[in-house]
Design a protein around this ligand. Sequence first.
Ligand code: SF4
Length: 177
Amino acid sequence: MVKLRLSGPMTIDSIVDGDGIRAVVWAQGCRHACDDCHNPQTHSFTGGFEIEADELIEQIKGLRLHKGITLSGGDPFEQPLALAHVCREAKKAGLDIWAYTGYTFEELTDRDSKMHQEWASLLSEIDVLVDGRFDKDKKSLLLKFRGSSNQRIIDVRKSLEQGCAVIYEKYKDEKFE
Ligand code: SF4
């Protein structure tokens, strides 16, 4: 029985959390402590509520006319194995996967990290990753799908193939610094 800790019910019909109409899964738990975080209630690892992964999967399978799901939070990479399972089922239902994380792509792919295997299993299910901590000094309301310009919109498949972060082609002309 796989369980997840979420900070709230799935948001459906979002157009601000990735390409197309998306459903957003809000993971509970984050250790990045970015200044001016918009979701401080998602930081505690005992907050929110627990849900069976299969219950969330049923909700996802019931989506209609959605392009994909987006993992947000909190930090989804604090629950990598459970969310990898959810993502596999979402993909079987024809949905693509975006994910937000406070970790950088380089941290998530660091072979010396004790989380390496678990992070690798979630990364392998994700199509597009928006990475890095929120930096209030780089905040702009003009940025597409991001809070601050240091956060990158990464094509995960290409990045894993090439061994370095590759910006998602569609947004390659955006500012990333
Ligand atoms: S990674 Fe996201 S949820 Fe976590 S502190 Fe930073 S902005 Fe907040």
